[in-house]
Design a protein around this ligand. Structure first.
Ligand code: BEZ
Ligand code: FE
Length: 287
């Protein structure tokens, strides 16, 4: 049968009929159908299609060990958050995007350590507990945190200014499920705009900013891990995050504390900013 606008989709779908992996076949069939419908909808010229291929090529070429432009593309299109939300737990802490700045694993630190290796800003204490859905504290839960500095840069974006591991830490909760560490209050910041995704935002009149946040991934045996953020309550851009990752339940006050006893307990001097939040993990196989 001749390849025409009408027969194209069936021809390509049919070409996958011998695929052994059923899931792969389902994915390729759906991808083909949606992609062909998209093309029939926008009716690209040959030049426009070439431009699209050049764009995706540039996205790939921008990727290296510390830069993931494809993740960024998925983020600004809302796909990362869609996948996160569809896979999120129903009763635990809500999940958000991983983002491109999570490096394999953060350096191991002791409870109470500072992740602000440069001692560079206004002191902030972050504390809370990791809990099971029924409220039971989870001891020995692993909490991997990473954040930008007060100027809005991650360590990997400023290798000449920040030592590797600045703003990062891997903590383990104590017997009562508690965690606490010292840091600085992160700033809002623009996602990287010096690549094709930045050009896309510019061309579509979108701003590149994310509201201030601290990332975390919590793991505990017998529970589903969660990748999430704590958003700073008074940050700009909470209503227009460039990657659509804000969920109201994750917005947390970073209160100014003058509590001398707390200051002593956390090894800081008052006044200091204090963010408290708990992370709730859903059990691996809910009954
Ligand atoms: C981040 O929060 O680190 C991030 C997330 C998505 C895109 C860019 C940065
Ligand atoms: Fe971030």
């Amino acid at each position: 049968m001749d390849f025409t606008v009408e027969t194209a989709t069936d021809a390509v779908v049919d070409s996958f009929r011998e695929t052994k992996d059923q899931r792969l076949q389902q994915v390729m069939e759906s991808l083909t159908r949606h992609l062909h419908d998209f093309v029939r909808d926008i009716e690209p010229t040959l030049e426009e299609w070439e431009e699209a291929i050049d764009f995706l090529t540039a996205v790939g070429q921008k990727c290296d060990d510390t830069r993931q432009e494809f993740v960024l593309l998925s983020d600004v299109l809302g796909v990362s958050m869609l996948v996160e939300t569809m896979n999120g737990s129903e009763e635990g802490t809500e999940s958000t995007v991983l983002g491109p700045f999570h490096m394999t694993e953060s350096p191991s630190r002791k409870l109470g350590d500072s992740i602000d290796l440069l001692d560079a800003g206004r002191t902030c204490v972050v504390s809370g507990r990791v809990l099971a859905a029924d409220g039971t504290p989870i001891a020995e839960a692993e909490l991997d945190v990473w954040q930008c500095n007060e100027d809005g840069f991650y360590d990997v974006q400023q290798p000449d200014v920040q030592p590797p591991g600045n703003g990062r830490g891997l903590f383990r909760t104590d017997d009562e499920g508690r965690f606490w560490f010292r840091t600085v209050v992160p700033s809002h910041y623009p996602i990287p705009t010096d690549g094709p995704v930045g050009r896309l935002l510019e061309a579509t009149g979108r701003h590149p900013y994310r509201p201030a946040h601290i990332h975390s991934i919590a793991h505990a045996e017998g529970h589903r891990p969660v990748t999430t953020h704590v958003f700073v309550a008074d940050s700009p851009y909470l209503d227009s995050d460039a990657v659509f990752a804000v969920k109201s339940g994750l917005i947390t006050e970073f209160t100014e504390s003058d509590d001398g006893q707390d200051a002593q307990r956390f090894g800081v001097s008052a006044p200091f900013a204090h963010a408290r939040f708990d992370i709730v993990l859903q059990s691996e196989d809910p009954q």
